[in-house]
Design a protein around this ligand. Structure first.
Ligand SMILES: *Cc1c(COP(=O)(O)O)cnc(C)c1O
Length: 230
């Protein structure tokens, strides 16, 4: 089941990439395994996936421990909101953090990573929808945060992430993806980012995201099936 779904997602990425003259190999598929058990991760790993995403530190901790035997072979991404009081734990558990939404959090994380002897790649989360329920930086906050984190040892800001408002029609989120790409270009031209990652696109809008330049797509439902509530 998971194997077939992974194949279908890969095809969808390849199709979208081909439409805009990109190479599918340049797009990282992160399988978002939140709410699904470690066995589901094993199944997806057996189907060839090596990047997995979780949105809560607490839930991820048990899962990552249960999959300790695969530790060196899996890259763990934190894609959900991170509270500063969990920064230390997150720096130990995750290989990449997509949800930096302020310089304070970045500095805490950097300190924890430096203490653990690591340099942690992170992405700044941008909220382009201006929704009060969502986490993320607005445009002004983004550049301020990037400037505040420049050169801080322990982390490296390698790109930007966004979670657009849900739209039934994925075409409606295209402007958000395009805007994120423009912001990355601006950040790069100001020397504020150490990479060119664009983490955008989920199960229902990943093709539009790939057309707009996503280098990382975060896909849950299309790989693992519907999440059971609670
Ligand atoms: C759950 C989640 C995803 C995956 O969403 P699907 O619609 O299930 O593909 C991607 N990004 C973040 C931040 C998430 O929390």
């Amino acid at each position: 089941m998971i194997r077939e779904r992974v194949a279908a997602v890969r095809e969808s990425i390849a199709r979208a990439a081909a439409r805009v003259g990109r190479r599918a190999e340049d797009i990282t598929l992160v399988a978002v395994s939140k709410t699904h058990p470690p066995e589901a991760v094993r199944e997806a790993f057996a189907a060839g996936l090596t990047h997995f995403g979780e949105n809560r530190v607490q839930e991820a901790e048990g899962k990552i421990e249960a999959l300790e035997d695969l530790r060196g072979q899996i890259t763990w991404h934190l894609v959900g909101h991170l509270q500063t009081n969990k920064a230390r734990k997150a720096a130990r558990l995750f290989d990449r953090i997509h949800s930096i939404d302020g310089a304070d959090l970045g500095v805490k994380l950097a300190r924890a990573a430096a203490e653990a002897g690591r340099s942690l790649p992170v992405l700044a989360q941008v909220d382009l929808g201006q929704e009060v329920t969502k986490f993320g930086l607005d445009e002004g906050g983004l550049f301020e945060t990037l400037a505040g984190l420049k050169g801080v040892p322990g982390i490296e800001v390698v790109g930007l992430m966004t979670l657009p408002p849900f739209e039934e029609d994925p075409e409606k989120v295209r402007p958000f993806f395009r805007k994120l790409r423009e912001l990355l270009g601006e950040a790069a031209s100001r020397g504020l980012v150490a990479g060119s990652e664009l983490s955008m696109g989920m199960s229902h809008d990943l093709e539009v995201a790939v057309e707009e330049g996503a280098t990382v797509v975060r896909v849950g439902t299309a790989i693992f099936g519907e999440r059971t509530p609670g």
